[in-house]
Design a protein around this ligand. Structure first.
Ligand code: IPE
Ligand code: IPE
Ligand code: MG
Length: 240
C-alpha cells in the first residue's frame, strides 16, 4: 500500500464507500479560455489519478457521478465530446483501475447512451465481473429519481410488498454498501439527483476546488475531516 499523508486516526477510520460528484470541469476550462471539452478531458484524467490514490490508501468502494440524466440535455457538441472521451480512453483506463482487483459497475440507463458507447461500458463491466471486495461504480446517464421509480416499477410488476432491504436490492446499487461520505467539488452545495436513497446517512464534504484541480492531498483532507465526524444514526452520544 502506498505511503500517504493521512494520520493514523484517519487511516483507521476511512470511509468504506466514497461517492464523488465531480463538478466544475466546464468552469475550470472556461477560466483558462479553453472549451468545456478540455475541462472534461482533464477531469477524466484527474478522476483516474484520484481512483488509484483512493484504492491505494485503502478505500474499497468508490462511486463517481460522471453524467446525469439531466446532463443529457446539454448541447450536442459537449455530449459528443464526452462520448468521444469514452470511445477513445475508457477501456484503457478501466483496465488500469480494474487491474487492482476492482469490479466495475455502471449505474444508470445505458439505453440513453449511443449504442457503441453502451457496448464499451458493458464490455468493461463484464471484464471485471470476477473481482470482489473492491468496487468502482460510475453513474452515467444516471438520475436518482429515475432509479427509484425503476425499482418501484420492478416491485409492482412482481406484486411484492417491500422492506427497506428488498427495495434497496432493486436499485442499481443493489448489494453494495451505502456511501459513508459524499464529496462534491466545484463550489456548489447540492445533491443534483445523486444517490438520494443511498446517501440517507452519508456525511457530506464540499470543496470549492473545480474537479480537475482536486488533488490527492485534497482527497486526504476529506478523509481527515470524515474521520472526525460523529455519526449518530439518530441515536444520542451516550448510546454510541
Ligand atoms: C461536471 O462538470 C461534469 C459533468 C456534469 C459531465 P460540469 O460540466 O458540470 O462543469 P461546470 O459545473 O459547468 O463547471
Ligand atoms: C452534477 O453536476 C452531475 C455530475 C457531476 C455528473 P451538474 O453540473 O450537472 O449539477 P447542477 O446542474 O449544477 O446541479
Ligand atoms: Mg456543473
Amino acid at each position: 500500500m502506498k505511503r500517504n499523508k493521512i494520520d493514523g486516526e484517519a487511516q483507521k477510520r476511512l470511509p468504506r464507500h466514497v461517492a464523488i460528484i465531480m463538478d466544475g470541469n466546464g468552469r475550470w476550462a472556461k477560466r483558462r479560455l479553453m472549451p468545456r471539452s478540455y475541462g472534461h478531458r482533464k477531469g477524466m484524467d484527474r478522476m483516474i489519478g484520484l481512483l488509484e490514490h483512493a484504492y491505494d490508501i485503502g478505500v474499497p468502494y468508490v462511486t463517481v457521478y460522471a453524467l446525469s440524466t439531466e446532463n443529457l440535455e446539454r448541447p450536442k457538441e459537449e455530449l459528443d465530446g464526452l462520448f468521444d472521451l469514452i470511445r477513445t480512453h475508457f477501456a484503457e483506463y478501466m483496465k488500469k483501475i480494474c487491474a487492482r482487483g476492482v469490479r466495475l459497475r455502471i449505474l444508470g440507463d445505458p439505453s440513453l447512451l449511443p449504442a457503441d458507447v453502451a457496448e464499451i461500458i458493458r464490455k468493461a463491466e463484464e471484464d471485471s465481473a470476477g473481482y470482489e471486495g473492491k468496487g468502482l461504480n460510475i453513474a452515467l446517464a444516471y438520475g436518482s429519481r429515475a432509479e427509484i421509480v425503476r425499482a418501484a416499477n420492478i416491485a409492482v410488476s412482481r406484486g411484492k410488498t417491500l422492506t427497506e432491504e428488498s427495495f434497496a436490492d432493486l436499485l442499481y446499487t443493489g448489494g453494495l454498501p451505502d456511501p459513508d461520505l459524499v464529496i462534491r467539488t466545484g463550489k456548489e452545495k447540492r445533491i443534483s439527483n445523486f444517490l438520494l436513497w443511498q446517501a440517507a446517512y452519508a456525511e457530506f464534504y464540499f470543496s470549492d476546488k473545480m474537479f480537475p484541480e482536486f488533488s490527492d492531498g485534497d482527497f486526504d483532507e476529506a478523509m481527515e475531516a470524515f474521520s472526525k465526524r460523529v455519526r449518530r444514526f439518530g441515536k444520542t452520544d451516550e448510546q454510541l
